[in-house]
Design a protein. Sequence first.
Length: 287
Amino acid sequence: MTDHVVTLAQVQEARPTVASRVHRTPLLSSATAARFIEAATGTKLADGRLYLKAEHLQKTGSFKPRGMTWKVASLTSDERTRGIITLSAGNAAQAYGWAGRTAGVPVTVVAERYGVSRQSVHAWLRRYRAEGPSGLADRSHKVHAHPWQVQAEVESAVCELRRAHPRWGPRRLVFEMDRRGHGTVTRSTVYRVLVRNALIEPKSRRRRRQDYKRWERPVAMQLWQMDVTASAFLAGGREVKIVTGIDDHSRYCVIAKAVLRATARPVCLWGSITGSGLGSQPGWDHR
């Protein structure tokens, strides 16, 4: 990694070129921030201040135009003709684009142009170096191994039992696997084995919309939902239960009654008496 270490001599060499093209951003300091850091970490900063370089005010909004400016300036004439290709799609790409445009060097941002991540481009380059053009072929994302994968002999035993007894479903196969000494397997595991080996037709886990039965009644006064909703205390301290009835369609509270005991007998009796004056007796549902 020593070849990537930037020496002080290299910094001093690049300084005149970089300073003539980028902004001279201010150096900010804060004693308050230094006290917060000391209180949180126990580390006392030099002269009791935290210094921050305001590089958000730099060209393209980051510090990276400094390095990119020197990199572009140090290219040979042949390299300038061929241009620059960067794999980044973030602030590094913006800095390269700005530095290349300023120096008249074409810059191609690969990841941003083709809508892929920088990590994907690096992976493709590694494959190309190792395998050539064949390494760029599409690959399956299927995992090669899984710690919870069913053992091959267990899967084979499930398939053989199913082929020998086509009417046996997953529950029966679980019982037979345990009875015949193949080990304990779950019903969901057996089901997935049968589906994977085309020995059973997979069933949709989600019910179709038309299979659902709508609970809400189409018009009002067909169904009242009875429930004990609260307790109350009389002046003498005796507790009573508040029973309410809500119309299933309109959601209006159509009846309310205080009863001493919220058992089925007084609730149903009172509900029947209340609804007897209607033209049609509504149905009851206790929730």
